[in-house]
Design a protein around this ligand. Structure first.
Ligand SMILES: [Zn+2]
Length: 454
């Protein structure tokens, strides 16, 4: 069958039903693994087994940490580097008091008005099901790949991916596997999210900032609050926070951000010249850029204080006070260099810093690789009007765990999202249009057809 007929013979109605069915299984992950209902995760895995008989017959299957499926579609030739397709099937919880905001119940998987509704429809069961649909369909059309195709679906991505992606990545590293490329969630096609941009932009995540949590503790004199010391522990914490907020980490223009701004330049209503020449102008204009929180996050390591605590009763001075900060670390900085900065801007103040969770920034994937070009070409086949733009992700994905097995990691789902769609992710009324879902499947079919054996 010709390549275009392979796509045409796809049964979309059945795929839509599969996504709807997958949403009905409440695979919610919680930071405390004990709280997760693993029976439902088993149910999801069984659902994949029943729904995709070709994949289950043809692929080698492994289960990492009990719930993270790894499918390996082995090819005849071992000369080409394999490809890794990622997704995750855990979803964030639906907050109790937000259920009433949903137009359709969050785990109903309702199909209505050309949309599939529910938690996970955009993040990230759409990706898991689209990958499975594409491969199942290619298998039933006698397509064979010219390299091994790996699929890994995380079950704890939303809580850090420590047991799923991290363990799978470890296993691949031990086997010395080097992937040609990794495709994960992340970017998409945006229409109204960048002010002044006059065309749709297909943004491909080529790097992720690091995300690290630290706890700062100050110890001092306790005692009765009727005779306070000049420096209370809570006062000192406040000083530290204020010093850090008034002295941000230095701004820097890294490759993904520079390329993003330069690629956007010709399509902007205003500031074309500035963006085109951002390399030269950055030292002058970065203070203005930093006024926008999103741009600020792209040009420096940010330090956000998210929790704080101290005493227990109104009239006792606490001996200890503390604050927790979330660091989002830009490429070129590290957890340690950020901690050095915090110390530097707080001279003469005694405090302890404890690292709670450490994640350094990712490597930056190339935009000159063959797989990046293929990605761009396919996106333009499906969305001819979209400009391909590389970008830096502020949030994290499972893909960063695979850095040691792959240089070309691209974070992109072939869906068009508006501001409104994007706001529904991790919130109420998450839904995906059937057209978007179909295009995701078409994207994977086309992508894999590029790696067809002779
Ligand atoms: Zn996700």
């Amino acid at each position: 069958m010709s390549n275009s007929n392979i796509e045409k013979s796809f049964n979309l109605d059945r795929a839509v039903q599969h996504l709807a069915d997958s949403i009905k299984i409440k695979t919610v992950s919680y930071p405390d693994y004990e709280k997760m209902d693993f029976k439902l995760f088993d149910e999801f895995l069984l659902f994949l087994e029943k729904t995709y008989p070709n994949i289950n017959r043809v692929c080698k299957k492994e289960l990492v940490s009990g719930y993270c499926p790894v499918y390996i579609w082995e090819s005849q030739s071992n000369n080409n580097k394999p490809i890794l397709l990622l997704g995750h099937y855990d979803v964030v919880p639906v907050e109790k008091d937000s259920e009433a905001d949903w137009e359709e119940a969050p785990f109903s998987g309702t199909v209505k008005d050309d949309y599939i509704w529910g938690r996970g429809s955009l993040d990230d069961k759409n990706q898991v099901i689209a990958v499975m649909e594409a491969i199942e369909h290619l298998m039933s059309n006698d397509y064979t790949p010219d390299r091994d195709i790996y699929m890994v679906f995380g079950f704890d991505e939303e809580i850090g991916g420590m047991r799923g992606a991290e363990e799978a990545a470890k296993a691949f590293k031990e086997r010395n596997i080097e992937f040609e490329c990794v495709i994960d969630e992340g970017g998409c096609i945006i229409t109204d999210m960048i002010e002044g941009l006059t065309v749709p932009a297909a943004i491909i995540g080529i790097a992720e900032k690091g995300s690290t949590n630290i706890k700062i503790t100050v110890e001092g004199q306790g005692g009765h609050s009727s005779m306070p010391d000049r420096n209370t522990t809570i006062g000192t914490i406040a000083k530290i926070i204020s010093n850090v907020e008034n002295n941000p980490m230095p701004a820097r223009l890294i490759m993904p951000v520079r390329e993003m701004l330069r690629t956007m330049a010709p399509y902007m209503k205003e500031n074309k010249f500035v963006l085109k020449n951002i390399d030269h102008l950055f030292p002058i204009i970065n203070p203005v850029m930093a006024k926008n929180p999103l741009i600020n996050a792209l040009i420096r390591t940010t330090i956000a204080f998210t929790m704080t605590g101290g005493g227990d009763v109104p009239n006792v001075l606490p001996r200890k006070a503390w604050t927790v900060a979330n660091l989002r670390i830009l490429q070129g900085d590290s957890v340690d260099s950020t901690l050095e900065h915090i110390k530097k801007v707080n001279p003469g103040i005694n405090f302890e810093i404890e690292k709670m969770l450490v994640e350094e920034p990712s490597e930056i994937s190339s935009i000159d690789s063959e797989s990046y070009k293929i990605l761009g070409n396919i996106i333009n086949e499906i969305y001819p009007e979209a400009v391909i733009i590389p970008y830096l992700m502020i949030g994290g994905t499972d893909s960063r765990k695979y850095l040691e097995s792959c240089k070309n990691i691209y974070r992109f789902s072939a869906v068009i999202l508006t501001k409104e769609d994007d706001a529904a992710i991790h919130s109420s009324n998450e839904r995906i249009s059937i057209i978007n879902f179909h295009n995701m499947i078409r994207f994977y079919i086309r992508f894999l057809l590029r790696y067809q054996s002779e």
